[in-house]
Design a protein around this ligand. Structure first.
Ligand SMILES: [Zn+2]
Length: 234
């Protein structure tokens, strides 16, 4: 998409007094076409919405225009499906939804819930490291940094410090607001079971050995300012 096309779209909004609330350009490097998603308030627009859409369709470089109108109290964008991460389909849960999920599993399985989340994390961490190593061909240190960035951008928590030492087979991750420990509240003991497994699964793949152990040495669930995970050789 040419910057001129985007500029022309915004000009139409400006000319017809359309108040743009949010705007998002989505696409990837392999395709020329982009999706421009805009949430706009047409209350004060000088022409009907249908005519605004027609004006947008006439802009050189615009292939199609779809409008989703608001109901009385809300508007839901139905053009998003499927949401994607790095070009691949993804699923997003609200925190409150996850909370009900985690609460139920702890209630039903008791201390066994820790093992369930740990195992889920272990497998997903291993898979992520293996997949992106093969896809991007990065060194262990750079790949660890890449995976940490993904975890943060997915909202798992904010990784504030990461150190990886492949020679010594050691790693340390500091993460703020780790989702599962936030969900747990102040229970007085570490609760990062999914992420602990995830870190170990990644480390085993990055360091090429199963002989590693991981410990959550700090946790917000017991009052620390952040969660910290340390990987060491067995
Ligand atoms: Zn924690």
């Amino acid at each position: 998409m040419k910057p001129k096309t985007l500029n022309d779209v915004i000009d139409v909004f400006d000319v017809y007094n359309v108040n743009m609330i949010t705007g998002l350009v989505m696409g990837n490097l392999r395709e020329d076409r982009r999706i421009l998603e805009a949430f706009v308030d047409c209350t004060e627009a000088s022409i009907p919405v249908g005519e605004i859409a027609e004006m947008l369709r006439k802009i050189p470089g615009v292939f199609t225009v779809e409008c989703v109108g608001a109901t009385e109290n809300y508007v839901v964008c139905k053009l998003h499906y499927p949401p994607k991460v790095l070009g691949e389909e993804a699923v997003v849960f609200r925190m409150e939804c996850l909370k009900s999920w985690f609460t139920r599993i702890w209630k039903v399985f008791g201390s066994g819930a820790a093992q369930i989340f740990y195992e889920a994390g272990l497998e997903s961490g291993r898979e992520a490291a293996k997949y992106f190593r093969e896809k991007l061909g990065l060194t262990s240190e750079v790949l660890a940094d890449f995976l940490a960035g993904i975890a943060s951008s997915l909202g798992w928590g904010k990784i504030v410090d990461l150190s990886v030492n492949p020679e010594r087979r050691e790693a340390r991750v500091k993460i703020e607001n780790l989702f599962e420990c936030m969900l747990a509240g102040r229970v007085g003991e570490p609760r990062g079971f999914f992420f602990r497994g995830h870190v170990l699964g990644m480390a085993r793949e990055l360091f090429g050995t199963e002989a590693l152990t991981v410990e959550e040495t700090k946790c917000i669930a017991r009052g620390d300012p952040y969660c910290e995970f340390q990987v060491k050789p067995l």
